[in-house]
Design a protein. Structure first.
Length: 93
């Protein structure tokens, strides 16, 4: 399945100490079913450690955007989509 997302990152919001080799930052992206008042339905924040997630630490949001195109449902990499139901005139073997 193909998806096209436009995302804006505010580099000034990135925590420099979380950067790897001064160049890379791991972020988490959420695609929501509802749009905000600006038409955005995608948000991005810096990855949190397990401890931060468990303690419900505040996320450091670094960007937002919107889904521009999707050809269907989102599937995890390596997972096969659910098989489609066979029509009643097809033999199931």
């Amino acid at each position: 399945m193909a998806h096209l997302i436009s995302l804006s990152i505010d580099a000034s919001k990135i925590t420099k100490s979380r950067m790897k080799d001064g160049k890379y930052i791991n972020i988490t992206i959420n695609i929501d079913d509802k749009e905000d008042k600006y038409g955005n339905n995608v948000s991005a924040w810096e990855n949190q450690t397990k401890e931060e997630r468990e303690s419900k630490a505040k996320r450091n949001y670094v960007g937002n955007g919107k889904v521009l195109y999707t050809s269907g449902e989102v599937h995890k990499p390596g997972s096969a989509p659910a098989p489609s139901q066979a029509s009643s005139d097809e033999i199931p073997f």
